[in-house]
Design a protein around this ligand. Structure first.
Ligand code: CMP
Length: 155
């Protein structure tokens, strides 16, 4: 095998040092409507590496655990009911600046305010049924990745 040119090695090292992981879920509304592949394509085209992904579903209690920071808010019951209403695709994504860049790519929580071309602008129905979730910070990303994936699945 030909040795990597030094410039390519530096770029690879830079990618490794700067890369960040975030957590995302394709929500039940988007899965039901058949938008999974289109959303994944948009994520990959934006430069994210899909480190781990699976199709699964969660119970209401599991959704309550995942969204515990929102417990007590008026939308909590509806949110956890909806998130446990059908299959979802939780995933771990990686790139430089992954947390902030995924949130930009998703668009505003309320699709009525989402920028044109964003995932929620294209596929979300409402603030509750908004197609995709993305971690809002480093600590949240660590908690959320660990909620759905074991270390052995994250290589
Ligand atoms: P998500 O990024 O998954 O994080 C919390 C979710 O709560 C959010 O997306 C919305 O889908 C949902 N939600 C429902 N109602 C509201 C609301 N009024 N304000 C904020 N989030 C809401």
């Amino acid at each position: 095998m030909q040795a990597l040119h030094w410039r390519e090695r530096i770029f690879a090292l830079r990618r490794e040092i700067l890369s960040e992981r975030t957590f995302s879920i394709i929500k039940p509304d988007a899965v039901r409507k058949g938008h999974t592949a289109a959303i994944l394509a948009q994520i990959e085209e934006a430069g994210f590496k899909i480190v781990a992904i699976k199709r699964t579903s969660i119970s209401k209690v599991q959704a309550e655990g995942f969204y515990a920071v929102h417990a007590g808010k008026p939308f909590f019951a509806g949110l956890t009911e909806f998130m446990s209403s059908g299959p979802i695709f939780p995933m771990v994504l990686e790139k430089e600046n992954a947390i902030a860049d995924l949130r930009k790519l998703m668009g505003a929580t309320n699709p009525a305010q989402a920028e044109e071309g964003t995932i929620r602008w294209k596929y979300a129905e409402s603030i509750g049924e908004n197609a995709i979730h993305g971690s809002d910070g480093e600590e949240t990303a660590t908690f959320e990745i660990g909620y759905f994936f074991a270390g052995i699945e994250l290589k």
